[in-house]
Design a protein around this ligand. Structure first.
Ligand code: SIN
Length: 532
């Protein structure tokens, strides 16, 4: 493709959440940085993060305990070296954030910590009660605005990574103000595009979270890892017709109970840590209770907590629920799980290097292996901070592409495209309809409890879905294509993993495969899912 050299910088950062902003601040030491965000600058998962950021900073805590809890939650699949980096580099990164003006909540002069599921200590820092991500972004943005080398460009939707001689050297993007795609050349590109919750019909994520980074890296030929591991947050507000607003795990950390429709507190039956069991356990327990009581929801019960404290500690949750006429201090709150976080993504080494020279990834879009099969609560903001800074260090030092395991010598079909079969190509669905179909299929067949039959149906239906060709040059059309690509990848990798582990639960393989050491899955444009 002929490139129009209309722009060139040292570093392009895709995404303005915690990982992208943190990286950009360090990259500014090495040259000109442009941050492209697909929507408003603040429209990211970071902005909406409630619960907080975990770090072993309290007097009764230790990094080894944080490490242990992270590995336990990851259900045998955490990359232990990545976990060590996370828990050891987290505290100094948080101190750096405080030095840049971040205001965490405090008890007097001391930082205030809360407890969340599967943590053995109260180690979750928060801000404005339940607006931690928003305060972090404010502080990072304020710091970035003092650095003349950083340019922020909102409403610039990147459609494609461009490679020359194998190296990622540019991106194409659409701007609402420009009639045709533009190109920016860069010495290195950082993917910090965040999550993929919108591949599912039910999600806590804002609508920008379409898996764009994963899809464009896949199209460019990058290796992806652990795509089958999608975390379902146990407690999303269930009000018909309303978005699935997140009800922070910190509510349970403060003592909220879960009750089924018969008002029974059920979690002690499922796990000794009851409501504070790992997220995958709680999400599955809720699903089973909903099935048992033939209900679409269960209840979160905060009525035993001090009403004043609840209102002050969770002002955003309190006011959002009030808009739906639910007073969380006196009413039982209808909730159910929703897609929340991707443990998998673009495979990286410990410095964000991907399998493609010139391309780095950090934050939710990346798969460092730090979360294993199930992320520990409030480790995601920490990951963005720590690995955002590490990716910047590698980009400044021009670190080469990382090495990853190769596919087996007889790889399966790269992608089970309908074109490879004798069936006629499917008729293209209108874009909005296609998106709704994909999101529905993922929610119905590739969600909290999966099995081979429904996963096979999902793969068949997703592979049989076509979008208009050529794809219109618009953000909705490209988002639809990304959602379809990512949906197919999750379904194919979920079908390939014949065991249950962490957030990936298969009712036809309900146990972990203990005959082999735990293995990560890999997939790329050129190879079917394989394990190593
Ligand atoms: C929450 O507040 O429950 C979300 C935090 C997280 O996903 O770790």
């Amino acid at each position: 493709m002929a490139l129009r050299k209309d722009n060139s910088v040292d570093f392009v950062v895709l995404g303005g959440g915690i990982a992208g902003m943190r990286a950009a601040i360090d990259l500014a030491q090495g040259g000109r940085v442009i941050i492209l965000t697909k929507d408003d600058l603040y429209e990211s998962n970071t902005e909406y993060a409630q619960g907080g950021i975990a770090a072993a900073l309290s007097e009764d805590d230790e990094v080894t305990l944080h490490r242990h809890d992270t590995i336990q939650a990851g259900d045998g699949l955490c990359r232990e070296e990545a976990v060590r980096v996370l828990v050891e580099e987290g505290p100094p990164q948080i101190q750096q954030l405080i030095d840049w003006g971040m205001r965490f909540d405090r008890n007097g002069t001391k930082l205030a910590f809360t407890r969340e599921g599967a943590h053995s200590r109260s180690r979750v820092l928060h801000a404005h009660g339940d607006s931690t991500g928003s305060e972090i972004l404010r502080a990072l943005m304020a710091k970035a605005r003092t650095l003349p080398n950083i340019q922020l460009r909102p409403h610039a939707f990147v459609t494609e990574l461009i490679r020359e001689d194998g190296k990622v050297c540019a991106v194409n993007y659409l701007e609402s103000s420009a009639p045709s795609a533009r190109t920016i050349h860069a010495g290195a590109v950082l993917l910090a595009t965040g999550g993929l919750g919108h591949v599912y019909k039910e999600t806590t994520n804002p609508s920008v979270a379409c898996g764009d980074g994963v899809a464009m890296a896949y199209r460019a030929g990058a290796l992806l890892s652990d795509m089958e591991f999608v975390q379902f947050h146990p407690t999303a507000l269930f009000v018909k017709g309303a978005p699935r607003f997140l009800l922070s795990e910190a509510l349970r950390g403060e003592g909220a109970y879960l009750r089924n429709l018969l008002l029974e507190r059920f979690m002690p039956r499922y796990h000794e840590a009851a409501e504070l069991a790992p997220r995958d356990v709680v999400a599955r327990a809720i699903t089973l209770e909903m099935q048992k009581t033939r209900a679409q929801f269960v209840y979160l019960d905060l009525t035993g907590l001090d009403a004043d404290h609840v209102q002050k500690r969770f002002p955003r949750i309190f006011s959002t629920c009030m808009k739906h006429n639910i007073d969380i201090t006196t009413d039982l709150v209808p909730i159910r799980p929703a897609a929340h976080y991707a443990m998998g993504g673009v495979a990286t080494d410990l410095y964000g290097a991907t399998s493609l020279p010139g391309l780095f990834a950090a934050g939710e879009v990346a798969s460092t292996g730090v979360h294993g099969a199930n992320r520990l609560a409030s480790n995601s903001l920490l990951e963005g901070l720590v690995f955002g800074a590490r990716a910047a260090a590698a980009m400044l030092n021009k670190q080469p592409a990382a090495a990853f395991p190769s596919p087996p010598s007889k790889p399966g079909a790269a992608a089970p495209a309908h074109a490879a079969s004798s069936a006629p190509p499917p008729a293209a669905a209108p874009i909005e309809k296609a998106v709704e179909l994909v999101r529905g299929i993922l929610w119905e067949k590739v969600a909290i409890i999966r099995d081979g039959k429904t996963l096979t149906e999902a793969v068949t239906r997703l592979v049989g879905l076509a979008l208009p060709e050529p794809l219109p040059q618009s953000r909705p059309a490209h988002e639809a294509s990304n959602i379809l690509t990512v949906g197919q990848l999750i379904a194919r990798c979920a079908l390939a993993r014949e065991e249950s582990r962490g957030a990936h639960y298969r009712s036809d393989f309900p146990l972990k495969n203990s005959s082999k050491p735990p293995r990560h899955s890999y997939v790329s444009r050129d190879s079917a899912p394989y394990f190593d």
